[in-house]
Design a protein around this ligand. Structure first.
Ligand code: IFM
Length: 441
């Protein structure tokens, strides 16, 4: 594995998953606060009230990043920490927190990559319909402007949204994420407004930060059929359309995939589909989050007449996700060829495993280190094949609040003992530290 010397080795987190700090210092309620405080939604009734207490321990966490040798850190900002009602009055304490964090990162020579929306919509906006409300496009643009004006003197790398598929469908169709709806029409409306909001926010950021590099992060799965049978191949392609092409085509081509539009029919009746043209503003990079492969054959299930199948002989993570590194290479090559983003970052990749507790000052997690090694190798092959991949953010820096799974699933390369908040490097963190230093030598 050889990466360019200027390759950005990073790690990622998200506000609600690590910050904690409850509703202190003027932070408004977000939809995940409401959702996780509603019994039955999250394993063990866990909430993000304390999480990794990063709000108070960010200096210690930046010191850990520096020890790892990270060149870049991807984090998200909590919209209601900055704008408790989502719009209007700015909470100075919220801005100050992110300002201190950014200063600390720059002091440590770590490049801050900010994400404006990683799922913690202000509850006050959800009460007005949330992302289903067409006004959400303007709300998000205004919030982007507040952040760009506050931090644009020190941050050049800006991401609008993280994982529009999960926001729309897991939150509004499957219902297992906040706000917990099960309404497919609502999910497509949310997806549409998210894409318009991205399109509205990019110029706002550019206006405030002339040297900004702006992008969006889309979660992609690698879809294929286990057979060469044409009907099975087509079924896998439809599933790819549902999850991947819907958002890639919107953000990078300004249109929705015609085959999926045709299948959805009336579900889209309230949406002005042509308006998605405005989502395809030029971006400086595309962020890709990759975790797994999905196998599908033709079937009679659901809108896409498909059926998912279990891969034979594969390994799985604690989330039950298949470990399939070559899917990352294939996706990167395909996206580079078909959508031609100027730069790609892997903005998330990593795995949950049932780690043992710390012993002699370390947590032994060889499977996570192997997972990362094999995915880095796939990424390096993609670069050899001409993909403009310029950086890689491991998910996640710290064990954290894994949404509906609570603290039950650990994705960190750094172990967090939630009772004491003590951080312990896992052996995967030591592996990553060594790889970074070798690659930079
Ligand atoms: O923890 C999440 C993250 O917030 C978004 N991408 C996937 C991760 C693992 O599920």
């Amino acid at each position: 594995m050889v990466f360019p010397k200027d390759f950005l080795w990073g790690a990622a987190t998200a506000s609600y998953q690590i910050e904690g700090g409850g509703l202190t210092d003027g932070r408004g309620e977000c939809i995940w606060h409401r959702f996780s405080h509603t019994p039955g939604n999250v394993v063990n009734g866990d909430t993000g009230d304390v999480a990794c207490d990063h709000y108070h321990r960010y200096r210690e966490d930046v010191a850990l990043m520096k020890e790892l040798g990270l060149k870049a850190y991807r984090f998200s900002t909590s919209w209601p920490r900055v704008l408790p009602n989502g719009i209007g009055q700015i909470n100075r304490a919220g801005i100050d927190f992110y300002s201190r964090l950014v200063d600390e990162l720059l002091e440590a020579d770590i490049r801050p990559f900010i994400t404006l929306y990683h799922w913690d919509l202000p509850q006050a906006l959800q009460d007005k319909g949330g992302w289903e409300n067409p006004d959400s496009v303007k709300w998000f643009g205004d919030y982007a402007g507040v952040m760009a004006n506050a931090l644009g003197d020190r941050i050049t790398d800006w991401t609008t949204l993280n994982e529009p598929f999960v926001i729309s469908f897991v939150g509004n169709f499957f219902g297992t994420h906040a706000p917990g709806k099960q309404d497919i029409k609502a999910a497509y409306l949310v997806a549409h407004h998210l894409m318009l909001a991205h399109g509205a926010a990019v110029p706002v950021i550019r206006q405030a930060v002339p040297n900004a590099r702006v992008g969006i992060t889309i979660d992609l799965g690698y879809f294929e059929s286990p057979t060469d049978n044409e009907a099975d191949v087509q079924a896998a392609y439809r599933e790819d359309g549902f999850k991947n092409r819907w958002f890639l085509d919107a953000a990078l081509k300004g249109q929705y995939p015609a085959d999926i539009v045709a299948l959805l029919g009336d579900i889209l009746e309230d949406i002005d589909l042509a308006a998605v043209k405005s989502a395809a503003v030029p971006v400086d990079f595309l962020g890709i989050n990759y975790y797994r492969r999905h196998l599908f054959v033709a079937g009679s299930d659901g809108l896409f007449s498909s059926k998912d199948v279990e891969p034979d002989g594969s390994e799985f993570t604690a989330m039950g996700w298949e470990i399939y590194p070559d899917g990352l290479r294939k996706l990167l090559v395909r996206v580079a060829e078909e959508y031609k983003p100027p730069v790609i970052y892997v903005t998330e990749n990593g795995a949950a495993f049932d780690d043992p507790p710390p012993a002699q000052g370390v947590v032994n997690d060889p499977r996570r280190a192997a997972y990362l090694r094999d995915h880095f190798a796939a990424a390096s092959q993609a670069i050899e094949q001409g993909v403009p991949l310029k950086g890689y953010f491991v998910w996640s820096l710290l064990d954290n609040f894994e949404w509906a799974e609570g603290y039950n699933k650990r994705f960190g390369i750094i172990y967090v003992d939630y009772a004491t908040q003590k951080r312990t490097f896992k052996s995967s963190a030591r592996y990553y530290q060594q790889l970074i230093s070798e690659q930079l030598r």
